[in-house]
Design a protein around this ligand. Structure first.
Ligand code: PLP
Length: 452
């Protein structure tokens, strides 16, 4: 164990573990130094390698652009490749979106999106609007500002003295709605909580509401109940609040639509996209803004006060253009929907195990929640590290999953998210399901010994 500390300079992941060293990837598979093959059911960390590994076409596009020009003095120049890409991004977004720019990480994109919202209100003559409302059990990035806006208790804890500047509301989590409530009553109660939070915060100080359309790592692919986002949109409009959709994980086809929010019949004001936007071939993310948000900037000729060294990078644009070409040519968004439906059906077979409490998802963003008792939905003690154990077992068996904890209240609750590349086929989906099944069977035996 100590060996890994001596031999590895990596400090972020589990310090007690020796990680297999990956040599290369091809299609949906990764290969380590010993030649062992892993089916990547997470598509990177997670929902990144949506097009699979080793796409020579993207590598060629990046190399060609690098050989022309790899970076621009963006204070002085633009480039055709960048302009073309930004135009395509706008067209990839729902109708009514007008401007886009790229940055490098999801964290930067969501942060840019809420900064854009703030500046929009200033230009509209409402400089007092600065508060951002978001939800518990959600993740919007790892800068201190994004941790504050996000709602993952475990990730926030160490920085708590720097945080707690903004209100958070409850997640929309049908599986754990209060006993005896209908779905409709539940949605109404969530919307009431949202409206009350706005009123309490003083509506004229609220700039934006931020949400993941399908909550990813913090909860394990939880979609909203019917009508939830329509209600959120109505309330945002009523109080002049901008709606930011964090599409870092759900965007670019993951849910079977260009953007996750389009599954729920509403349009946000600003979209933040990342991860799969480049298929993992370049650190790339983007902000896409609607006409409403862009108009005061254009009318007053005010620039957005963003700006990063690698913003609107030409290599990122070349990669992004190529990713969009492939998505269109291979109809990968449609494939994500079709394979997602097949996958969810297969995953529902796991209900044969009592510890599988909920199977959920949209498109190829799927998740499983594990419980001690299916009737009461009681989660496992956190000390058991159940989802982590399943994730580790699964890697030994050659399948990468995305385990997580805290779905119930930020601390308790084991879930596993599975977000394979869109190019996955039915047989490979079956391999994932049967591996999860084997892992669940094995841990179930251990759990029986634990509860004896
Ligand atoms: C929904 C969501 N928003 C934001 C982020 C932050 O993205 P990044 O890790 O690229 O900074 C993530 C990353 O997992 C995410 O899933």
């Amino acid at each position: 164990m100590i060996k890994s500390l001596i031999h590895s300079m990596i400090v972020c992941p589990d310090m007690t573990k020796d990680y297999p060293k990956i040599e290369y990837g091809s299609g949906v598979y990764l290969y380590d130094k010993q030649g062992k093959r892993y089916l990547d059911g997470a598509a990177g960390s997670s929902s990144v390698s949506n097009l699979g590994y080793g796409r020579q076409e993207i590598i060629a596009a990046a190399t060609e652009q690098m050989s022309k020009v790899a970076v621009l003095p963006t204070h002085a120049f633009s480039a055709e490749v960048v302009e073309r890409y930004l135009d395509r991004l706008v067209n990839f977004a729902p109708e009514g979106f007008k401007r886009a720019w790229t940055v490098m990480s999801g964290t930067e994109a969501v942060e840019n999106a809420v900064k854009l919202a703030l500046q929009y209100h200033q230009l509209m003559g409402e400089p007092n609007r600065y508060k951002i409302i978001s939800r518990w059990n959600t993740y919007h990035g790892n800068s201190v500002f994004m941790l504050d806006i996000g709602g993952m208790k475990a990730r926030r804890e160490a920085y708590s003295k720097w945080l707690n500047n903004f209100p958070h509301i409850s997640p929309a989590y049908s599986y754990r709605k209060p006993e005896g409530m209908t779905e409709e009553e539940y949605v109404l109660s969530l919307l009431k909580e949202f409206e009350n939070t706005i009123i309490e915060a003083d509506p004229e100080t609220v700039a934006a509401f931020v949400a993941e359309p399908v909550v990813a790592a913090a909860m394990g692919a939880v979609p909203p109940p019917e009508g939830y986002f329509k209600g959120i949109r109505r309330i945002c409009d009523k109080y002049g609040i901008l709606f930011v959709s964090d599409e870092i994980l759900s965007g670019f086809g993951r849910t079977g639509k260009n953007f996750g929010i389009s599954n729920f019949g509403v349009k946000p004001d600003i979209i933040a996209a990342g991860k799969g936007i480049s298929g993992g071939y370049f650190p790339l993310s983007a902000v896409i803004a609607s006409e409403k948000v862009v108009t005061p900037f254009v009318d007053t000729k005010s620039p957005f006060l963003g700006g990063h060294t690698f913003a609107c990078n030409p290599v990122g644009a070349a990669v992004g253009n190529c990713v969009l070409d492939i998505i269109e040519r291979e109809q990968l968004i449609q494939r994500s929907k079709e394979m997602g439906d097949i996958f969810l059906e297969k995953l529902r077979g796991l209900y044969e195990y009592d510890i599988v409490g909920d199977v959920r998802g949209v498109g190829l963003q799927c998740g499983i929640e594990l419980v001690q008792d299916r009737e009461t939905k009681e989660p496992f003690p956190k000390e058991l590290l159940l989802s982590k154990k399943i994730g580790e077992r699964s890697i030994q068996k050659g399948v990468v999953l995305y385990p997580g904890r805290g779905s119930v209240d930020g601390v308790l609750g084991d879930h596993i998210m599975i977000t394979p590349p869109f190019i996955i086929d039915e047989e490979q989906l079956e391999t994932i399901v049967s591996t999860v099944k084997d892992c669940i069977e094995e841990v179930s035996v251990e759990l029986k010994q634990f509860t004896k």
